[in-house]
Design a protein around this ligand. Structure first.
Ligand code: B12
Ligand code: SF4
Length: 492
């Protein structure tokens, strides 16, 4: 079948270009469909801005006509819901015969609610779509009823329940990167393109790679486990290194990629895996960066990582209070954070600390101050300080709902568009913070970090070319715009 898979426009306004990535999820799904005989393409509305006088919806409808599309599937994180509603509604009116589908973290967490919120939808995928989507389309193409394909909730016929998590990730078709409009990411992201924020190097050409799926932790603010399904816990499913290296070699040889972002839920899948990965990357012409937890990795690992080209690690730290780290079930301690930041600094790796306000509903102002003190002590190269968002599928969502802390609109739902990490005034609260108090603390925190002479000096010391200086100034302008209150949201 002719299928168009869509990522809706970003909700991050100008900040989106700092955090730009290829949509590996719809890319993987389209590649899998094509490997099984369908004709799938992708439309990334995050980087396909409408020409003057047109909207993202017009772009979608034009694409539907141009490729004579039969199926449209939209990938939905929570703040995408309003845009998905607009897009799918317009698609239904434009071509009533289309099969309209949605999947992704929000669709998985609240499938029934999404079906009633977006009446244009025919079905919602529950969790992994790699098998569920091709099976559904095979059934439709063969004239069979799709309503007994497992892993879906249908608008009329109810749910067939979640699928078993894929046992072997090596069976997935390799991502076919011919489906990406590479130039569009450079246009929006600047010379850094989709490299991780803070990687400033001339001539950088980046791509995202996943080694694994799943996480053994169960942080109360994170919905990873609800995406992969409880049955996927506690194991981390990993691709074989051979499978990964085939993908990496293609990125290097065919696409001239020279920087990789590993975007796993947790990194590395095991220490033995890390050892082999570092050996393999050390002999390839690439640098790399990753997300990581602060447990597991020690000095010798950071040294091996640096020697194999690791430039930056983004660590999930969240809080400087041991009480909050215990309540939010991060399974780490403040001491551990400090030693990991010191060890990785000594290895010469740039480090981001992901910090949060409200990673547990009971966080108190003095505990946020402990987070600030930790941020000063560990001297990260970058920080993010976000407001924990009660995403459906998390314990935080349940807690906030139970306490009546979610601001609801007349239809009884929150304003999903504001469910981003930089939402303006958040439509939720916590025990000890009102929405405006949260925003005030967030801005003060970011200002203290990014507007300090020490930070400016550290950044300027890294500049090696006019391009790098321009990228830094642009990043500075985006962050400053946010801190100064000029954050603009997405359409929808
Ligand atoms: C990498 C990542 C990013 C990347 C981009 C990812 C992308 N693909 O666009 C960056 C850093 C840019 C990012 C940004 C954001 N992210 Co993010 N991100 C992740 C992370 C760590 C991995 C996502 C991933 O690639 N997984 C691998 C792919 C294969 O899995 P997948 O996307 O879930 O797709 C599978 C299924 O969901 C399903 N599926 C997905 N789409 C579709 C569509 C159809 C039609 C079908 C049938 C099936 C289907 O099939 C896929 C294959 O099995 C996840 C954590 C996680 N494990 O989910 C958070 C996560 C997805 N992010 C999240 C959020 C909230 C955001 C932001 C909104 C945060 C913000 N900054 O405000 C933004 C959104 C930006 C935007 N686009 O507007 C949340 C979503 C929670 C929710 N309920 O919506 C997650 C789950 C983390 C969390 N906090 O719990 N993110
Ligand atoms: S925040 Fe990170 S460590 Fe915690 S459950 Fe999510 S992926 Fe795992």
């Amino acid at each position: 079948m002719r299928v168009l898979l869509v990522r809706p426009p970003s909700v991050l306004g100008r900040m989106s270009r700092q955090n730009l990535q290829h949509p590996t999820n719809i890319l993987g799904l389209a590649s899998e469909l094509n490997a099984r005989g369908h004709e799938a393409t992708i439309l990334d509305l995050e980087v396909a801005p409408p020409p003057p006088g047109m909207s993202s919806t017009d772009v979608l409808l034009a694409e539907i006509d141009a490729s004579d599309v039969e199926v449209v599937g939209v990938s939905v994180v929570t703040p995408h819901v309003p845009a998905a509603r607009l897009l799918l509604g317009a698609a239904r009116r434009h071509r009533p015969s289309l099969l309209l589908l949605a999947g992704g973290p929000h669709a998985t967490a609240l499938p029934g609610d999404l079906l009633s919120e977006i009446p244009a939808l025919d079905a919602v995928c529950l969790g992994e779509g790699d098998e569920a989507l091709p099976e559904l389309l095979d059934a439709v193409a063969a004239g069979r009823s799709p309503t007994d394909v497992v892993g879906w909730m249908f608008a009329e016929e109810g749910s067939t329940g979640a699928r078993e998590p894929l046992a072997d990730l090596d069976v997935l078709a390799p991502p076919d990167r011919r489906l990406l409009d590479w130039a569009a990411y450079i246009r929006l992201g600047g010379f850094k393109g989709v490299a991780s924020p803070g990687i400033v190097r001339s001539g950088i050409h980046a791509a995202q790679v996943h080694l694994s799926r799943g996480c053994y932790a169960r942080c109360v603010f994170c919905s990873t486990n609800s995406v992969w399904g409880e049955r996927a816990r506690p194991g981390i499913r990993r691709r074989s290194l051979e499978h990964v290296l085939t993908e990496i070699d293609e990125l290097i040889d065919t696409w001239h990629v020279n920087h990789l972002n590993f975007e796993d839920d947790i990194f590395p899948p095991t220490l033995a895996y890390l050892d082999r990965l570092c050996q393999a990357l050390a002999v390839r012409p690439v640098t790399w960066s990753c997300n990581a937890r602060v447990d597991g990795l020690r000095r010798e690992h950071f040294e091996a990582m640096a020697a194999s080209g690791c430039l930056k690690i983004d660590f999930g730290v969240e809080s400087g209070s041991d009480r909050i780290l215990e309540l939010n079930q991060k399974l780490v301690t403040r001491d551990r954070v400090e030693s990991v930041f010191e060890d990785s600094r000594r290895a010469g790796i740039l480090r981001t600390a992901y910090l949060m306000l409200g990673s547990h509903i009971d966080e108190r102002p003095e505990e946020v101050e402990q987070t600030w003190n930790l941020a000063r002590a560990i001297e990260p190269d970058y920080i993010t300080f976000t407001l924990a968002c009660p995403y459906p599928g998390t314990q935080l969502w349940k807690d906030c709902r139970e306490h009546g802390y979610l601001e609801l609109r007349s239809g009884g739902r929150p304003d999903w568009k504001r469910y981003g990490y930089y939402p303006g005034l958040p439509p939720w609260r916590f025990h000890h913070f009102t929405p405006s108090e949260m925003v005030a603390v967030q801005k003060r925190f970011l200002r203290r970090f990014y507007w300090s002479p020490g930070f400016a000096w550290r950044m300027l010391r890294r500049v090696r070319s006019p391009e790098q200086l321009r990228a830094l100034l642009e990043a500075g302008r985006d962050v400053t715009g946010f801190i100064g209150g000029r954050h603009v949201g997405a359409e929808g």
